[in-house]
Design a protein around this ligand. Structure first.
Ligand SMILES: C[C@H](CCC(=O)NCCS(=O)(=O)O)[C@H]1CC[C@H]2[C@@H]3[C@H](O)C[C@@H]4C[C@H](O)CC[C@]4(C)[C@H]3C[C@H](O)[C@]12C
Length: 323
């Protein structure tokens, strides 16, 4: 399971929980402007926007999970098993493999509107990175500081949804999540008013009772509702510290603790949580065992370089002893 989110104060923030049962060895990866992006069917883009995000580097290629470019456009891929359907080559379209999708959009687009133009010609090509690294079934959220969309390549084509909620999780398709949210319209941050019956008057016996019924389970549908409620009711100051603290709290509301979701390989857990200040190009993260927020600033690197820059995750707790 995974959850992605956006958040805006003075700056704009984009990030996600990466929930899975094992790690590929991903690193915070900066792709500078002059690293040549070679596409399987679309030739080479020698110069493009610089990117920062989380990626698994293979054969000197950044396989991004989520990233932001220097213009503040961001993108995250989340699992979409059983629904993702990638296509054979279509001579009428821009054929991009799913693992090239983040570089293709973030390398060239500054806004969601520009991404929409590229998406109008796009087909997601059914071609593996290598036989050892087959394609993952994914869907994506793309966001700038003003709006978000969701992209799903399914049996009957490429679907693009406006995402007014600024949250995304996993299955089923995105339209379900928006409809499902309506089931929770009675939930509120305020004390509930009794509408049970006019024959009996209820008085709340404690705080937080307006949110009774908000789901707390780990399913994708429930995480969507919980994260949407938390994000849409979020209140924080505008400083960097207050904003990223609030962002990590939104993600924490749907984080997964080891042991609660069993898989064939073990347990699904929140391997990392990320929060990118998309205006400043600073990528913050925590890991399951490192609650300290660590940051990597793309503008401290040579963005005109040609080589990938990779920061291994700091994974152990950084405990500050106070005595
Ligand atoms: C597993 C990750 C998604 C996490 C998630 O959504 N979990 C939910 C599980 S569930 O539905 O609820 O069961 C996805 C997100 C990005 C994916 C990676 C990126 O797409 C980059 C490459 C792409 C290659 O084709 C496969 C390896 C890979 C390195 C992918 C492995 C894996 O599928 C990742 C890491």
């Amino acid at each position: 399971m995974c959850t992605a989110a956006t958040y805006k104060t003075k700056n704009h923030y984009f990030g996600r929980n990466l929930d899975y049962d094992f790690s590929y060895g991903e690193t915070v990866t900066i792709t500078p402007r002059n690293y040549p992006f070679r596409f399987r069917r679309m030739g080479e883009i020698p110069v493009h926007y610089a990117l920062i995000g989380m990626a698994f580097i293979q054969q000197d290629y950044p396989l991004y999970y989520d990233a932001t470019n220097e213009m503040g456009l961001s993108m995250a891929g989340l699992n979409f098993p059983g629904n993702a359907d990638y296509k054979p080559e279509d001579p009428e379209k821009d054929n991009i493999t799913p693992f090239e999708f983040i570089p293709w959009i973030l390398g060239q687009c500054a806004t969601v509107d520009e991404a929409r133009e590229k998406l109008a010609r796009l087909s997601l090509l059914n071609e593996n990175f290598t036989p050892q690294l087959p394609l993952s079934p994914l869907h994506w959220m793309i966001s700038d500081r003003n709006e978000s969309i969701v992209v799903e390549s399914v049996k009957d084509g490429l679907k693009i949804y406006d995402n007014p909620v600024g949250i995304m999780t996993n299955n089923p398709t995105f339209d379900f999540h928006l409809t499902n949210l309506v089931n929770y319209m009675g939930i509120s941050r305020e004390d509930p008013k009794s509408r049970f019956s006019d024959q009996i008057q209820f008085v709340p016996y404690g705080r937080g009772m307006g949110s009774i019924g908000l789901p707390g389970d780990l399913s994708s549908a429930s995480r969507f509702v919980k994260a949407a409620f938390t994000r849409l009711n979020s209140f924080s100051g505008e400083s960097e510290s207050e904003s990223i603290s609030q962002f990590f709290h939104i993600l924490a509301s749907v984080a997964q603790q080891k042991g609660c979701c069993q898989t064939a390989q073990g347990f699904e857990y929140t391997i990392y949580s990320s929060c990118c200040n998309t205006d400043k190009g600073i990528y913050y993260y925590t890991t399951y065992e490192n609650s300290q927020i660590t940051g990597v600033d793309m503008h401290r690197e040579d963005l005109d370089g040609r080589n990938l820059v990779s920061y291994p995750l700091i994974e152990g707790q950084q405990i500050l002893m106070q005595n």
